[in-house]
Ligand binder design. Structure first.
Ligand SMILES: [Ca+2]
Length: 191
């Protein structure tokens, strides 16, 4: 005797898609060292950086970089990547800056005038890209993102380079309901 068991699976699932909405968006800064332009902070390449140069605040305010997302986005997460040994090794650079820090404040704005403080922390030069990336949870709708670097160097010395290798920005995921019709199994048993 044969018995046929047909299992039909109807599986609603939620898929989340997320892309870096800062990628190749316009970026400006209040200074650039040589050709390390602000656009390198949003080009999707960990080997290129916005370099503000040897930064000392002499009463003119912080070194800053602004990214214009060109429209408001409901932002969920921002990743900031600073200098690190992994990139220097790839590029054949011999500097040993591990342990150096950049003190920053990150702001968001809808109109480019009124800014909300989103994060205040340090970017730390470590051995890896991941270790030198700050993952920042954000809640709010913003078009402009502004990074102020208050100093760079050993804490409170203000005597080193200001770098930002990447700023990545991600929206709150939009759920996409997928209806997965799966044929779970066709089981043929013999007795
Ligand atoms: Ca880059």
């Amino acid at each position: 005797m044969k018995r046929l068991f047909l299992l039909l699976c109807f599986v609603p699932a939620v898929a989340f898609c997320s892309e870096n909405i800062a990628l190749n968006k316009p970026a400006t800064a209040n200074g650039t060292h040589v050709s390390s332009s602000p656009s390198y902070a949003v080009d999707g390449d960990y080997q290129t950086d916005w370099n503000r140069g040897w930064y000392i605040d002499e009463g003119t305010g912080p070194a800053w970089l602004i990214v214009d997302l060109l429209a408001p986005y409901n932002i969920d997460q921002i990743n900031l990547t600073g200098a690190n040994e992994e990139i220097r090794t790839i590029k054949g650079e011999s500097y040993d800056w591990i342990g150096l820090v950049q003190k920053y404040e990150l702001y968001g704005s809808l109109d480019g005038t009124d800014y909300d403080l989103l994060d205040s922390d340090f970017l730390v030069d470590t051995e890896t890209i991941a270790g030198s990336t700050n993952v920042i949870s954000v809640s709010g709708s913003y078009r402009y993102l502004k990074l102020d670097v208050l100093y760079s160097g050993l804490p409170y010395t203000q005597t080193h380079w200001v770098h930002l290798y990447e700023m990545q920005v991600f929206e709150v995921p939009e759920p996409t309901t997928l209806l997965l019709f799966g044929l779970g199994g066709l089981i043929l048993r013999k007795k």
